[in-house]
Structures are given as C-alpha cells and as structure tokens.
Design a protein. Structure first.
Length: 263
C-alpha cells in the first residue's frame, strides 16, 4: 500500500493491524458508509478514507455510491482458501453423505479464540431458514457446535476443573444439544478428534418434531466426526459407516439403525 503524508510514522505491523481492523468491520454486514466504518473501527476518518480508496483500487473492496462492501478479490481469495483447507476437504464427502442420509442441515466449524467459525454448511430447506453462512463467526457459547469446541479447548491437558459444569457435561457426554427458534429447531453437535486433540466440530439441525435428543440421532453425528478425523489422519473413505436409513419415518423407533429424513 502507498504510504501517504502523515502515515510515514506508522510501522508496517501497525498498518497491517489497521487494515485487518478495517476489513474485520465487514464481518457481519454487507455494506457500510465511511462514517459507519470510522464508528466501528475507531480509526481516524482521514486514515480510513485513504485506506478505503486504496482497497477499492486493489479490488479488495467495492464502492457503490457512499457505501463500501467486500470486493471481488477478497471473494476470490476466500474461495481459494476454502478449497485449500485440508479439514474442509477431508470432511466434505462425509458431510454430504450425512446430509443425504438424514436430510438435515449440516455445519462444520472450528474454534478461533472465543468464537466459532463456520467452514461449511450443507443443505436442505433449513439452509435458508437458519441465518448462518460459510465464513461466519459468532460467540462460541451461543450454539451447540461452539460449546462442543469450548468443552475441548486448544492445548487441552485433560484437566476439566477449569470448565464450567455445563461444558464438563458436554465433554463427558461427547455431544451437545440445542433448541433454536422458540424450540422448533433442534441441533446435535459432536467434536472431531479425541479429547485433548479436538480440531473442529460438526452439527446437524432439523425440526424438533423429528430430530430428538437421543442416541439414535447422536450416533450418526459421532460416526461422521470419527470418519472425518480418520481421514485427516491419512485414511481414505468413511472408516465407520454412518448408520442412517434414507427414509425412516419419525415414528419408526423399532430399528436403531434407522434415522430420520424430513421432506
């Protein structure tokens, strides 16, 4: 980036921190004015204006009237990063099979500080009903997937004394449950990796009238998580079959290998 008068005393590291702060301001919004960006970042108005102009020139941002939004170059780089992500690549066919077999909405996420970050989201009608997206971050404690990750923190020594009781219960159970949308949407999440080396988590979401909080519905989530971890460790294919029936009804509880599909 070109250094302008008044910015010559800003060290390269500080300049990168400013740019990161500016770009992070777009995390949960489509577009913003200069005034909104200054308010969010706390950057001096003149500095923010100069950086925004240069980022527009570089196609990192796009300007439409008085508003700025993320540009095509960032979209391109983000797509490349997702394509090259080894975890997402290893998980993709297993997540697709889990969705195909259940019909439920699938999420894959990792822990980033105190936030959960979605790496993948796969389908069904709930895709548009739940306002989540790939690349979105949110406070980890606000979802089942995030709480599973918090129950298995990085550099985990196995000592659970520092975990709050709720996270200890999740860790012991190996799964987390959640009700959303006034109890109409149920979620089951499980960690990917063993205690002490959890690298991510996945979850399934579906109507609470179908997706119940029991072993029948938790088992395929755990099996998929185990398969992803084995793939990451160098094995190919799904190591443990996901015990899912393709069209079992909600009332079919006679066969523990049957799981639900909703239309």
């Amino acid at each position: 980036m070109i250094v302008h008068a008044g910015e010559s005393d800003v060290a390269p590291t500080a300049m990168l921190e400013r740019l990161t702060l500016l770009l992070d301001a777009f995390n949960d919004t489509r577009s913003m004015t200069l005034a909104q960006i200054v308010d969010r970042t706390g950057l001096p108005r003149s500095s923010a204006h100069r950086m925004l102009g240069r980022l527009v020139d570089m196609q990192w941002l796009h300007r439409h009237g008085h508003e700025y939004q993320l540009g095509t170059r960032l979209i391109e780089l983000g797509s490349i990063a997702l394509h090259q992500n080894s975890l997402r690549s290893a998980a993709a066919p297993i997540l697709q099979e889990l969705h195909r077999s259940t019909g439920y909405l699938i999420h894959l996420g990792v822990l980033d500080g105190k936030d959960a970050l979605y790496l993948d989201k796969i389908g069904g009608r709930l895709t548009t009903e739940l306002p989540t997206r790939v690349g979105q971050r949110y406070p980890a404690h606000t979802s089942a997937l995030g709480r599973v990750l918090l129950a298995h923190p990085p550099n985990d020594s196995g000592n659970t004394a520092r975990l709050d009781p709720g996270l200890r219960r999740i860790r012991e159970a190996g799964v987390a449950y959640e009700l959303r949308r006034a109890g109409s949407i149920a979620t089951i999440a499980a960690p990917i990796g063993r205690a002490g080396s959890v690298v991510a988590a996945l979850s399934i979401c579906g109507p609470s009238t179908h997706l119940e909080f029991d072993h029948r519905h938790a088992a395929p989530v755990r099996a998929a998580a185990s398969a992803i971890m084995q793939t990451l460790n160098g094995h190919r294919g799904i190591a443990a079959p996901i015990p899912l029936g393709s069209r079992a009804r909600a009332t079919d509880t006679t066969n523990p290998n049957h799981y639900l599909r909703f239309a």
